[in-house]
Design a protein around this ligand. Structure first.
Ligand code: GDP
Length: 361
């Protein structure tokens, strides 16, 4: 690709929004991510699903295949959604980006049987403080007594398919959640009644077990991103990469590696990078960029496959010398043609910011 291509109005310069999943323990965060991943694998053409480290990329054409009539791909120019695989607010609060949280948007999962619980309220506080746009997934609708499931269906037809009693029972639970959101100061409604997703929180009834409502959830997330996040998704795709460390991990044959989410620019195998460390920034040269190998090939070879370059937004494992003291939640910056000391200073400033925030918590 030539440089001029990245200046074109096509989506070459638009990155994937990064999505986090929050909610009280056992309300279904992990199951919901599994369900989304599962649907994406089924709907994806061979090769359409990119394997990532620490994150799952669901491209627009796959979302469109899952969502059917709900999504017209022509309405979107964002490339899809990137879900961070580790749910929960600990990961949400430690994963910072330059401008605030690493996640651009969030899903707050609430069990329709259990309603608001302490961690639901904590998550709401965090979302409000970080001004992260979010929607509520009212999960486990399949547990309403007498529920008649249609796997993977959008919510409207499956709702119509229930008896009056079951519909009434679900309505009651959904309005309870809307009421609880209101008690916490959020104006909310069922998502199809919401006009302005910035002013009102959309509630999407789902089942992480049957996949019902998952088409709606992906549609609303995509719509919310396209409508309100698009400008922030405009990046210099070819520029030096910027990301956040998810985890520091020892890997056989590579020593200490960092799993990162890259949210701006590119990272290449010949790059020098600056990584936030426990005591000071680490300056090192990339030795390998590693992605998970497709499951079918794992038996015979290493779990990872080397790639030459990765573009934001993406999850990737970086192998490089001296990474043992790298820190989860810390920034990673590619130096490339910039002044190395400037980049070190930026990383130092970001580390200082993280230290202050950690003390405040
Ligand atoms: P997390 O702690 O929020 O990640 O919750 P999990 O995803 O681990 O789910 C907790 C339990 O609830 C597990 O036993 C799941 O199988 C179950 N569960 C999650 N979502 C659903 C759902 O939509 N329907 C039903 N029936 N069970 C669910």
């Amino acid at each position: 690709m030539s440089d001029s291509d990245t200046d074109s109005p096509e989506n070459a310069s638009l990155r994937t929004p990064i999505v986090a999943v929050l909610g009280h323990v056992d309300h279904g965060k992990t199951s919901l991510l599994d369900q989304i991943r599962g649907s994406a694998v089924i709907e994806g053409e061979a090769g359409a699903i990119t394997q990532h480290i620490g994150a799952t990329a669901v491209p627009l054409d796959v979302i469109s295949a899952i969502a059917g009539d709900l999504v017209d791909p022509d309405d979107f120019d964002l490339p899809g959604l990137l879900f961070i695989d580790t749910p929960g607010h600990h990961s949400f609060t430690t994963l910072r980006s330059r401008g605030g949280n690493l996640a651009d948007i969030a899903i707050l999962v609430v069990d329709v049987n259990d309603g608001f619980q302490p961690q639901t309220i904590e998550a709401l506080d965090i979302l409000q403080r970080s001004q992260t746009p979010f929607i509520v997934a009212a999960n486990k609708i399949d547990t309403v007594p007498g529920w008649n499931p249609t796997d993977d269906a959008p919510i409207k037809p499956t709702y119509e398919n229930q008896s009056d009693r079951v519909r009434g029972d679900l309505d009651e639970r959904l309005y309870e959640i809307i009421g609880e959101l209101s008690d916490e100061g959020f104006s909310a409604d069922l998502y199809w009644r919401v006009q302005h997703f910035q002013r009102n929180i959309g509630v999407v009834p789902v089942s992480a077990m049957t996949g019902e409502g998952v088409p709606d959830l992906l549609t609303v997330m995509m719509g919310l991103s396209q409508r309100y996040m698009r400008e922030e998704m405009e990046i210099d795709v070819a520029g030096p990469g910027v990301g956040t460390v998810l985890e520091v991990k020892e890997e056989k044959g590579f020593g200490a590696t960092v799993d990162i989410v890259l949210y701006d620019g590119t990272i290449r195998t010949d790059d020098t990078i600056v990584v936030g460390g426990t005591t000071e920034p680490i300056v090192t040269d990339v030795r390998a960029l590693l992605q998970p190998r497709p499951l079918a090939e794992i038996r015979t070879e290493s779990r990872f496959e080397r790639v030459e370059q990765v573009d934001a937004a993406a999850g990737i494992k970086v192998a490089a010398p001296d990474l043992a003291d790298a820190m989860a939640g810390a920034p990673v910056r590619v130096v490339r043609d910039r002044d190395r000391d400037d980049v070190i200073e930026e990383v130092e400033a970001e580390l200082a910011e993280i230290a202050v925030e950690t003390e405040e918590q």
